[in-house]
Write a protein that binds this ligand. Structure first.
Ligand code: NAP
Length: 333
């Protein structure tokens, strides 16, 4: 049933609500905080909570919603959740939204359900559009570099997808540096400039600093960071054990091996620093990313409305002294 009771907050674009950054050399701006659907929006999650989070996000100026074919669980169900929310609440706001999806990791059985073949990318996008009840996505990502598919085949499929009108922009994610350069060069040759690269980046995982940022700056492509708080590790959540509702307790791609005692000792120190800044550790970790000009947007993955509200507040203080930056490095590196 269509719930037409939702009216977006008229204050959503007021000064101070959200900030927007230009994405590479494109004319498009993204909110510095985007909402990600990897976990916490699947078929196993309460629909009312998912709906409340999307409404809250949009009401606070978050215009970018990050999905993939296999987000859930089960695979595909996060897109179905989004589709229901969109259909019953957001149809009047489609032109104000950036909706993304991706293909490349395992999605369905058989030889065509994984990778970046033309067959996989094109059919997966069609399935995603059906689940999300959309005519087009704003950004279609190649979710990862696939060594089994020639880069020309994967990139030409992306070019043709843009030409078909099913995606407005192209994004790339999880590419090794040399392949990233090759992929961007191919796309540029076809006059479909890639809008954005999506990579894992947080205080603890900094691989993209060693080459990716240079390639992206050279080609003027934006960067969006995923897992900004390391799936919840960069919070105070695990300082006193493993809460029963946490990702580790649920075994959602995170285990106790991710929180060894040496790390907990470091998190204690970071937590003290965050308190000194009047932030939660989650906020400080998100702000640490937002302080960097290479970052177009940070994709957060809140389970609850409280976590969402907490993370959005990160944008209020993204300034760090040189001393704070050095202290964070001293604790973690
Ligand atoms: N391109 C890719 O390959 C790729 C890969 C991964 C993610 N992504 C994208 O990035 C998005 C975010 O990734 P992520 O889910 O790993 O992000 P994340 O924000 O680092 O982790 C989310 C988890 O952190 C905890 N959390 C979130 N906000 C909190 C807060 N304010 N205070 C305390 N705990 C908080 C929750 O854990 P609990 O549930 O334990 O409370 C939540 O489930 C995904 O949804 C997806 O869109 C892309």
């Amino acid at each position: 049933m269509i719930d037409d009771s939702y009216k977006a907050s008229p204050e959503r674009y007021e000064d101070g609500m959200m900030n927007y950054r230009k994405c590479g050399n494109s004319g498009i701006k993204l909110p510095i905080v985007s909402l990600g659907f990897w976990w916490n929006f699947g078929g196993i999650d309460p629909y009312a909570n998912s709906l409340a989070k999307v409404r809250y996000a949009f009401d606070h100026g978050i215009t970018c919603f990050d999905l993939a074919n296999n987000y859930g669980p089960p695979f595909g169900s996060a897109e179905e959740t989004f589709g229901k929310i969109y259909n019953e609440n957001f149809r009047p706001y489609r032109h104000e939204m950036i909706v993304t999806t991706k293909a490349g990791y395992n999605m369905w059985d058989g030889p065509y359900g994984i990778g970046s073949s033309r067959k996989m990318l094109m059919t997966s996008l069609d399935e995603s559009l059906r689940r999300m009840r959309l005519d087009y996505v704003d950004i279609f990502y190649s979710h990862r570099y696939d060594p089994e598919t020639p880069i020309e085949e994967a990139m030409q499929a992306l070019v043709d997808i843009v030409h078909s009108g099913k995606a407005i922009y192209i994004g790339l994610s999880n590419y090794p540096i040399e392949k990233l350069e090759e992929a961007i060069t191919y796309l540029e040759g076809e006059k479909v400039h890639p809008l954005i690269y999506q990579g894992k980046y947080n205080m603890m995982v900094r691989d993209v600093e060693h080459g990716h940022f240079d390639v992206l700056a050279k080609h003027k492509v934006g960067f969006t960071a995923f897992s900004p708080i390391a799936q919840g590790v960069l919070t105070s959540k695990y300082l006193k054990g493993v809460p029963s509702d946490s990702r580790i307790a649920k075994g959602h791609y995170l285990t106790t091996a991710n929180i060894p005692p040496e790390l907990i000792a470091k998190l204690e120190k970071l937590n003290e620093m965050a308190e000194g800044r009047n932030q939660t550790l989650a906020q400080m970790a998100t702000a640490w990313l937002l302080a960097k000009q290479q970052i177009t947007s940070v994709i957060i993955g809140p389970r609850t409305i409280e976590q969402l509200a907490d993370s959005i507040e990160s944008i209020r203080n993204i300034d760090f002294t040189d001393e704070e930056i050095k202290d964070i490095d001293k604790i973690l590196l």
